[in-house]
Design a protein around this ligand. Structure first.
Ligand SMILES: [Zn+2]
Length: 96
């Protein structure tokens, strides 16, 4: 059985290293319309998103302010800690 797809598979790039991967392989950080920064476990949350491939890239993106720029927001230490800890949990949950 052949399935016809209207849209090509969307490729996203990690904002820190530029590595490309399918949407499901990257971790999404989202800024909601109310300004809340959060790790987006579903990848479907509404708002402006930024993609990262790993915890290391999250750290790089924060240190270089790329995450702030990608989300057009000013992340506080609290935002960063919350996102980092949620992302770590998601990564560990997915791998074991
Ligand atoms: Zn990366």
């Amino acid at each position: 059985m052949v399935e016809m797809q209207d849209k090509p598979k969307r490729q996203r790039s990690c904002i820190a290293c530029g590595g490309k991967a399918g949407k499901g392989d990257l971790h999404r950080i989202v800024r909601a319309s109310d300004g809340t920064i959060a790790f987006d476990a579903t990848g479907r949350a509404a708002g402006r998103g930024a993609y990262l491939c790993s915890e290391a890239c999250l750290e790089k993106a924060v240190a270089s302010k790329r995450l702030d720029r990608a989300l057009r927001a000013s992340l506080t230490d609290e935002d960063y800690e919350r996102v980092a800890s949620d992302m770590k949990q998601a990564i560990r949950g997915a791998t074991g």
